[in-house]
Structures are given as structure tokens and as C-alpha cells.
Design a protein around this ligand. Sequence first.
Ligand SMILES: Cc1cc2nc3c(=O)[nH]c(=O)nc-3n(C[C@H](O)[C@H](O)[C@H](O)COP(=O)(O)OP(=O)(O)OC[C@H]3O[C@@H](n4cnc5c(N)ncnc54)[C@H](O)[C@@H]3O)c2cc1C
Length: 547
Amino acid sequence: MPPRAPIATLETHEVTNQPPPIAAYNLYDSDPILRAALRREGAGWAERRVRGFGAAVGEESVWALAEAANRYPPELRAFDRFGHRIDEVDYHPAYHALMTLAKRHEVHSIAWTAKRKGAHVAHMALEYLLVQAEAGVCCPITMTYAAVPALRRAPALAAEWEPRITAPEYDPRCIPADEKSGATMGMAMTEKQGGSDVRAATTRARALGDGAYELTGHKWFCSAPMSDAFLTIAYGDAGLGCFLVPRWRPDGSRNPFLIQRLKDKLGDRSNASAEIEYRGTWAQIVGEEGDGIRTIIEMVHHTRLDTALAAAGMMRQAVVWAVHHAVHRRAFQRALVTQPLMRNLLADLVIDWATATMMAARVARGFDAPGDPFARIAVSIAKYWINKRLPNHVFEAMECLGGGGYVEESAMPRLYREAPVNSIWEGSGNVICLDVLRAMARAPDSLDAFLAELDAARGGDRRLDAAIARLEKDLAAKGDREPRARRLVESMALALQGALAVRFAPPAVADAFCASRLGGDWGHALGTLPTGVAFDEIIALGRLDQD
Ligand SMILES: Cc1cc2nc3c(=O)[nH]c(=O)nc-3n(C[C@H](O)[C@H](O)[C@H](O)COP(=O)(O)OP(=O)(O)OC[C@H]3O[C@@H](n4cnc5c(N)ncnc54)[C@H](O)[C@@H]3O)c2cc1C
């Protein structure tokens, strides 16, 4: 809660020209782009629930939780006070409160429990709102959501675990999962010698019979280590397998899950990321030995959706804070929001956020049909591009606040530190671009589905038509694809955003997007839109009712 009635008349000066704190607001109701996308992409039925969550995460008390969860990061407790090994992590109560809020509102589960079209779009909307409240908890929530399709490759395991992990309960106790009211899932793939190159794993799996194994090895990054179970990969005799590692063995003893240390990270500070070792660790195989990558990729595919949509959510947050400040702050006797150059910058920020959100929602719709070819390729394109735009987007929004934006109390630094992580995790930029090339080569129907989406917008804007024609030429050029992959994926992302904008965005956004991103009437920094853009109309999309 902001302090009530702070004193503005001080002995040496009067405090003036400072924006008021943002009061509680509904993050859903205030977001016209999300509202339209939710309905358009097939999740209108979820509106009441998403609106309820938008109100919940917009409470001032939730902002305070987010602040505390990041100010007091988790601590490793490898041993209890008597020297017994426990490998537990202590979190601030604020973290647990945020996890409870997210699980109660089914951010992790609605995609699986709703059992109707648009369920992944509903998930997209909830997670997009959650990230605006606090980004760190999105990691365990995302992994819990994304583990489901991988687990389904082992029906018996899915029958045991799915009810626990889709339960709307958060139970932070470190006890066996079958004694808990709800469970969370983590993922442990990355090893010291190679993260992107999953086949470089050195962890070994020794079969014990009946689908049980014993693992020996390490994982260099394992986030949310207090999750109840982890999907991990290791080599068995028949090749790389995907395994489920619970924190507890079936006999009720602690499974060796040796947390060596917690990472001291740039951002994502409310969330723990650990280095762990397996020493004779009990595990169950998910799917077949030798089929590990195909199994874990089901989880990766879904985490990639969240890494894309989370970046769009963070853009929304940056826009709201920048616009709010510019509305209330005056410089040179005029409100910043009325100054032409500031208007250009704010509008450019809004355009990035709006088109990122539309793209994330469209991609999410593809997830409703397992194996959807559009989702196969578009999720990588969206993850790459939105995350590439995000750090600079947040930086420019921060600069709108001037020096105050650089100060922790503004929460802008927290957002800025969060900004790079979703680009690195689950396929870093280059790897994601190579994945797009792989999709085009191995699943040509994914490219067909992608081009069909562009086709639907043809004729809507000549600059979009020209961009699609250029893209088709680039796609047809077969030679030297790998060094061109970033350029290619960027062009695909822009064409998709343009196509969605032309069909569905407010005309002012679509026109400015096509002029700048596709037509080239734009500079290298944000705030370089051409004159003639409908700045007010665009900026209004980032304005809260209280502004
Ligand atoms: C906060 C955080 C949390 C994380 N949590 C988890 C977790 O819970 N579980 C988990 O398993 N991992 C986790 N990771 C690890 C993350 O997924 C890896 O760091 C990532 O996959 C990259 O692997 P790497 O670090 O080994 O880098 P590398 O694989 O060595 O890659 C380094 C760079 O080289 C590039 N590169 C790789 N191959 C190529 C190529 N062929 N051509 C061109 N460029 C290439 C990559 O794009 C990257 O930029 C987390 C990371 C972070 C930062």
C-alpha cells in the first residue's frame, strides 16, 4: 500500500510534479488488446475468470508481495540444524502467497482442465497477467503447465501425477507428493558441458526394472528446485531417455536430489535456480529409452509458448508505467504525454506491446490442437522476436520515467533485470532460429500453415503485401540459410505481426506498424515513427482509467 496522505509541504521545499502511485486496477479490463485477443482467439468463455484474476493481481497487496519476494530471495538449506542432509530451499512467505494466488486461479492448469477450444488462450491470458504481477513465480507455474503433455506419453505416470499437478492448490511442504493437496513440476535438462546440445548430456540411467531407474550425474540449471518432481534426461543403455524424478522415493525416504548451490542471478530473483547432482537417484522413465528428446520436447514446446507470452506481458507492464508517468509528469510547463517527441516514443512502445500480445494469443490458439503445424513453427518465431524486442523496450520505458525509473522503488529495474531471461531459457536466440529452419525442413506443413496465416491478410495493406513478397523470396533462396536465420525469423515475425495487425488491430496501430516495421519509415531506436501517425489513439491503448 502506498503511504496515506504523505506530507508534501516540507521545510525546504514543496513536493510537486510527481506522478501519483498507480492505484489498484484490473489488469484485464484495462488492457484492450488482451480483451479483444481473448475473444478473437476463442477463449471468450474464460472472460469472467480472466477478469477475476486481472482484479486479483492488480491489488496493491500483490505488488507488495512481488516486491518482498524479490527483496528477500530464496536461500538454500542443504542441512538441518543437526547436520542431516535435507536439500531444501527457504522462500519468503510472499513467494508462497504468489504461488497460491496463481494456482488458485489455475494459471498452470486451465489449459488442461477446461477441455474446450481456446483453453490455451485462456492460459495465455492468465499467465500474461501473472507475469505483470511477479515474473519469478511464472517459472514454476509454466513448468507445471508444460509437463502435462510430456507426462501423457506415459499414461500410467500421467494418471498418477496429472491430478496432482493440475489441482488448484499450492502446497509448499517438502513431503511426498501423494500426501499433498497439489504439486508442482520442474525440468532439469541443462548440464555444464552443454545446454542447447541436449545430446551432450552425461547423466546415466541404470534400469532397476518395471520402468524404475537410478540416475547418476548432474544438472547445471534446475529452477524451482522445491518442485515435487522434475522431468530430466539421461542416457540409458538404449539411448537418451526422459525421466520423472520425484523429491521422495516410493518408500517415503528422501530421493537424493543434492542441491549444490543456488545461482546468483541477474534477475528472476524470487525464483531459485539450482545446481543439482543425482547420486543413485530414483526415477521413472517417461516414454521409451532412446525417445527422451521427443518426450521432453513436448514440455519444451509448451514452455516456449510461455516464454513468448511472458515477454508480451512484460511489455504491457512497461507501457502502463511509462504512459502513467508521462500523463502525470510535466516538463517545460507541459505534460510529457503532450510533447511530440515523447508521444512518438510512447506510441512506438505501444505498437511493440500490442503486436506482441496479438501474436502470442494467436500462437496460443494453435496449442489447442496437439501437433498443430502453425504452432510448431510460430511459437519459436514469437519466442525469438518478442524476447529480442523486450530488453530495449523496457529500457526505453524506463527512460520515460527519467532518473526515477532507474531507482528500485519504481520496479522498473526489476522488470529490466527480468527482460533477458526468456530469450536465453528454453532455446537461446540462435538455437530458436535454427529450430525454425529445422521446422521448415522437417515439417514443411508448418511453413505452409504459417504462410496461410499471412495469406489471410493479403490485400489489407500494400506495405504488408510487399513484406510478404520479400519474405517469400527470402524463403525460396535455399543457400546459406544458417547465417541468415536471424534475418529470416525476424522477417517472419514482422510479417506475422503485420498480418495480425492489419486484420485485427486498431487501424492506427496497423498503419503505424506497417509504415515503420514493414515500410521502413523508421529509425534504429524506438520513438522514430514517421509523422502523421495517430499518436493519441495509439497511446490511449496504454492509458489506465486513472490516467
Ligand atoms: C534463469 C535461468 C533459469 C534456467 N532454468 C533452467 C531449468 O530449470 N532447467 C534447465 O534444464 N535449464 C535451465 N536453464 C538453462 C537454459 O535453458 C540454458 O542456459 C540454455 O538452454 C542455453 O544452454 P547453455 O547455457 O548451455 O548455453 P550453450 O548451449 O553453450 O549456448 C551458448 C550460446 O551459443 C548459442 N548456440 C548454441 N548452439 C549454436 C549453434 N549451433 N549455432 C549458433 N549458436 C549456437 C546459443 O544460442 C547461446 O547463445 C536456465 C537458465 C537461466 C538463465
